[in-house]
Design a protein around this ligand. Sequence first.
Ligand SMILES: [Zn+2]
Length: 344
Amino acid sequence: METEVLWRAVEARDARFDGAFVFGVNTTGIFCRPSCSARKPKRENVLFFNETAEAEACGYRSCLRCRPTHAASADPQVMMAVEACREIEEMPEATLDELAGTAGLSTYHFQRTFKEIVGLSPKKYSEAIKMERFKEGIRDGSDVVTAMYEAGYGSSSRLYEKAAQNLGMTPAIYKKGGKGMNINYIITDCELGKLLVARTPRGICSVTFGDGDKELREGLDREFPNAEIAENDHDLKTAVDAIIKYLAGKNKRLVLPLDLQATAFQMQVWDFLRKIPYGETRSYSEVAEEMGDKKKVRAVASACAKNRVALLIPCHRVIASDGKLSGYRWGIERKKKLLAAEAG
Ligand SMILES: [Zn+2]
């Protein structure tokens, strides 16, 4: 992303960036300062370097026209903006005050200068970074919650909604009962009775426990009444193995690609549940409080009850404030066994 800002400077031949970086052109083997008047290279042939020495170390020769090694040091405001871009990339959740503090400027002055040089406000820049990372995460096979978390979204529902929209994953899709979704599933025996694991091409969409095959299949049909559902183990072996190992206590980290549609609030709760460490529990009110609104205890409990992927989103680690196990979608006995196993 930062490179987009640098490329804009090259396109604009912006002399304020001279001294802030140089760019090498791999078709000519020459490196230039941003304002060089030579013919503009194609974007795909350009590499950026912070220092002229780096460009030289990579085998590029200094341009005779713009003489990048002789550039004066860059405009301090440009350097400030480039450094702020780096800071945002390292910490997309940094606040405007923090960024302005690092730059040694007032918030107002920082924001204005940043926008003038980068072309985007710090906030927009940070959003662009997060969205780019989120998409990368999804492309690399992360599930939505993990990708959001790792992109720096934390659990902001507004940003989630934006991200979900970008992916075409809105709660509305789910409301249609999985219309257009292709789901395959298998049912197997496990320590807690029968286990059903189902997935779409994108990730796991259902993990449930029951006492019989029929009950589990009917549950899946109810959850996705309009989906194409077939019983086969296509792409399910890894997931089932991981779950079985987890149930046997041989695997404490259960991370698999998920395909979940949910409201922003449910997503936030589920995201939070995934951060409760193995072997620990939280009460519903603790979850609500840590998520920033202790009045939402019932909404938290309801989101836990709506979890469709047992274990992968460890709703069993949430208990009543008095320490009682409270409810579990797949039966209190199973919750008891899970927590006992995790306690070792
Ligand atoms: Zn040049």
